[in-house]
Ligand binder design. Structure first.
Ligand code: DAH
Length: 353
């Protein structure tokens, strides 16, 4: 009799546990359920413990039935656990990533057109045996002007509208420090510090105190070149620059040298290439505007005074120098019509390079 009651008790415990289990939504609920029924002081465990107090003939029957219930509940628990995990995976699949959507591209930086051209220029000269060096943007009057054969009150100073630095003054009350107006002062610095032979190019920023328009900026780049040794002639200058022009603008390029004046060279020239856009044949060419020629730099043989100023003997050494503006060259090469675009930070412009 007692046996039957116990069996019924076990059955209803099993049924209640299973019913409860089926409505549990998550894993923490499952754990609570396990503790309630199968835990060390859980309901089923207590029933099983009570078996020892039963009459000897009832023990094996109830014990066996109790173990069966235990195995059944553990089995159901495992199933329910798997069902909950699967349901969660299914719901993830519902709002899964649509792998057919185009990806979001990362914004990748790019080189500024001035940087591209600067690197092209310096690479070409590096390939011809020139070293690349850089110098200070805050410069002394001594290097920017005086060492370059432009003494105080020399009219050539008007060529360079200068940003003076309101710091040191000389005995006459004139500023001695400035933002370099060209990269040429590095000619003097390099010659002062080294003995010939010298072959260098100097890329760098320069500054001019002037109103900006489509062809003028107050800050831009220059690349200076200098070669000094015994026996350097104008022929070396012509060959070097022609080779540069061919590598930069194409092997068909012709070059034109015309007399020009720069205080630090004698003779001085301006250097042009024939128009790579129209070969000088189109009177309405948008690059050369019908001129057929494009001015790309100033150059010349280093003035004896400049050599003397740095302690070189002009009877022993000679050299050539040149200076060019990479923005101007980029404007020609890419057909850019306004120099202000270079530093306008307009992404529509910058993305094109
Ligand atoms: N420094 C000159 C300028 O800014 C450019 C130049 C001309 C540099 C002739 C040179 C040179 O080295 O020989 O206008």
């Amino acid at each position: 009799m007692a046996e039957n009651t116990h069996l019924q008790e076990l059955e209803s415990l099993r049924d209640a546990a299973i019913q409860e289990l089926e409505s549990i939504p998550d894993e923490s609920g499952l754990e609570a359920w396990r503790v309630e029924y199968l835990g060390r002081s859980g309901k089923l465990t207590q029933v099983l413990r009570g078996v020892s107090t039963l009459p000897a003939d009832a023990r094996p029957v109830i014990g066996a039935a109790g173990n069966k219930v235990k195995v059944a509940l553990e089995g159901r628990l495992g199933e329910r656990q798997a069902a909950i995990v699967n349901a969660r995976l299914d719901s993830l699949a519902d709002d899964a990533i649509d792998i057919s959507l185009p990806g979001r591209s990362l914004a990748v930086g790019r080189l500024h057109p001035s940087t591209i051209i600067l690197r092209e220029i310096t690479e070409i000269f590096r390939g011809m045996g020139f070293q690349v060096v850089e110098g200070p943007e805050v410069e002394l009057d001594r290097y920017n002007f005086e060492a370059l054969n432009i003494p105080k009150d020399h009219p050539a100073r008007d060529m360079f509208d200068t940003f003076w630095i309101d710091a040191n003054k000389d005995a006459e009350g004139r500023f001695t420090t400035l933002l370099r107006t060209h990269t040429s002062p590095m000619q003097a610095r390099i010659m002062e510090a080294h003995e010939p032979p010298i072959r260098v190019v100097v890329p760098g920023k320069v500054y001019r105190y002037e109103a900006t328009d489509a062809t003028h900026e107050s800050q831009f780049y220059q690349v200076e070149g200098l070669a000094v040794d015994k026996g350097i002639t104008f022929a070396n200058l012509k060959h070097t620059l022609h080779e540069f022009a061919r590598r930069m603008f194409g092997s068909e390029r012709k070059m034109r040298f015309r007399c020009d004046y720069f205080p630090f060279v004698e003779p001085g020239v301006d250097v042009s290439i024939d128009c790579f856009n129209c070969d000088g044949t189109d009177s309405s060419c948008r690059i050369c505007r019908g001129a057929g020629w494009l001015e790309i730099m100033g150059a010349g043989m280093v003035h004896p005074n400049v050599l003397r100023n740095v302690g070189y003997d002009p009877e022993v050494y000679s050299g050539f120098a040149f200076g060019m503006g990479p923005e101007r060259i980029a404007m020609l090469k890419y057909g850019i019509e306004d120099v202000r675009l270079f530093y306008g930070n307009d992404m529509r412009f910058l993305r094109q390079f």
